[in-house]
Every structure is written in structure tokens, then in C-alpha cells.
Design a protein around this ligand. Structure first.
Ligand code: ADP
Ligand code: MG
Length: 203
């Protein structure tokens, strides 16, 4: 489904060197690696927020080179919250909804993520775990074929992190959405992933 072929990326130093990765439909891959090894850079390249120097990204048979991020059908959830503070929960999730889709999908998504009754809540009143559920809901409601999760729960307490990782796995399997889950926490990777891939810091 996703083929990353010989990806190279250099900023002031080489970050990714002939990096290869294949992800099957519905597969959850955990990407582990030390800080600075290029995990976030790789995800940004895959979803189109960053350019690669050389290599190819093929998604469902199509080279993504000239495809805009919003046309890629790849969702992304960041470590740092990217929710809109001036919109409530409902407004934030609606933002991810493609124009042609049905508003009732919001309540289905809220139910799936255990956020029933949260529609009118202000973002500032949410706990860290609740806020990340909203971020996930916003991303999933666009029905991506794949979702890229960049240490989405790393700022949360261990207990909540593990519960969320398990829930997200069940949800992704149910919706048949493939994922790359970036973490530096092996126990979380073991909980969520079908397969673990390591990105080392050797350049
Ligand atoms: P990770 O997510 O594995 O911690 P990153 O992909 O964020 O690593 O960063 C890898 C390296 O690339 C780091 O040394 C970081 O400082 C550098 N880097 C990331 N983004 C940029 C950028 N836009 N410009 C210059 N250097 C960058
Ligand atoms: Mg990172």
C-alpha cells in the first residue's frame, strides 16, 4: 500500500539515507528511533509537508511526488496539539470533515472515540487524553486510507497512554486504516503495532 523507496533527506546533515519501508493495507507499523533520528521528518515527507531530496513514495500504486498533502488520503496526528482553541470539540472535528460528507458522522466518530457528550466542550477544558482523542477524531473523520501518528500520546501519563494505544489499535483495525506510529517507547510499540521498524541515528 505504501512503499518508501530509497528516501534521502539532508538538512544541515544527512537525516534519511536510502530509507526503505513498505506498509501493507490495514497494517500498523511502529517506528522507533532516538530523538533526532528523522522520525518526524519521514512522516512529514510521507504526508507531503516536507520535500524529499531523492527517492520515491508510492501510495496505492501512485507516485505521490506531485500530489498535494490534502489529496493524499493520508491523515496525520502530531505530538503537540494542533487543535483550534477558538472552536469547540464539534467545530474541531467538523474541520476534518470533507465537504460532501454527512454531519451525523461527527457523532458516530465521537462515539467511537469515547467522546459522546463532549460536542460543546471548549478545547481548554479537555484533559490531555481527551484532547488527543479529539485530534484523532478530526483526522479519522476524513476517512484516510492511512494515518501517521507522531508520538501522539507522549505527553500523557503512562496508564492513559497504554489505554489509548490499545483503543487506537482496535479502532484502526475496525476501520481498516493502515498506520505508522512513531514512538520511542518500546512498550507502547509492542501494544499497538503489527510490526516494529527501527530508524537509527547512523547517517
Ligand atoms: P525525530 O522526530 O526522530 O526526533 P526529526 O525528524 O524531528 O527527528 O529531526 C531530525 C533532525 O533534523 C534533527 O537534527 C532536527 O534538528 C533536524 N531538522 C528537522 N526539521 C528541520 C528543518 N525544517 N530544518 C533544519 N533541520 C531540521
Ligand atoms: Mg519527532
Amino acid at each position: 500500500m505504501l512503499i518508501c523507496k530509497e528516501i534521502n533527506k539532508t538538512y544541515s546533515q544527512k537525516i534519511l539515507s536510502n530509507f526503505n519501508l513498505n506498509v501493507d493495507p490495514g497494517e500498523i507499523v511502529a517506528l522507533l528511533g532516538p530523538s533526532g533520528s528523522g522520525k518526524s521528518t519521514l512522516l512529514k515527507i510521507i504526508c507531503g509537508l516536507e520535500k524529499l531530496d531523492s527517492g520515491d513514495i508510492i501510495f496505492n500504486g501512485q507516485n505521490l511526488e506531485n500530489i498535494l498533502p490534502e489529496k493524499r488520503e493520508i491523515g496525520m496526528v502530531f505530538q503537540k496539539l494542533a487543535l483550534f482553541p477558538h472552536l469547540n470539540v464539534n467545530g474541531n472535528i467538523k474541520f476534518g470533515l470533507p465537504q460532501e460528507s454527512n454531519i451525523s458522522e461527527i457523532s458516530i466518530m465521537l462515539n467511537l472515540l469515547g467522546l459522546k457528550g463532549f460536542e460543546k466542550r471548549k478545547i481548554q477544558t479537555l484533559s490531555g487524553g481527551e484532547a488527543q482523542r479529539v485530534a484523532l477524531a478530526r483526522s479519522l473523520i476524513a476517512k484516510p486510507k492511512m494515518i501517521l501518528l507522531d508520538e501522539p500520546f507522549s505527553s500523557l501519563d503512562t496508564d492513559i497512554k497504554i489505554i489509548l494505544a490499545k483503543e487506537v489499535k482496535i479502532l484502526l483495525k475496525k476501520l481498516n486504516i493502515a498506520a505508522i506510529y512513531v514512538t520511542h517507547d518500546l512498550s507502547i510499540a509492542n501494544k499497538i503495532a503489527d510490526r516494529i521498524v527501527y530508524l537509527d541515528s547512523k547517517k
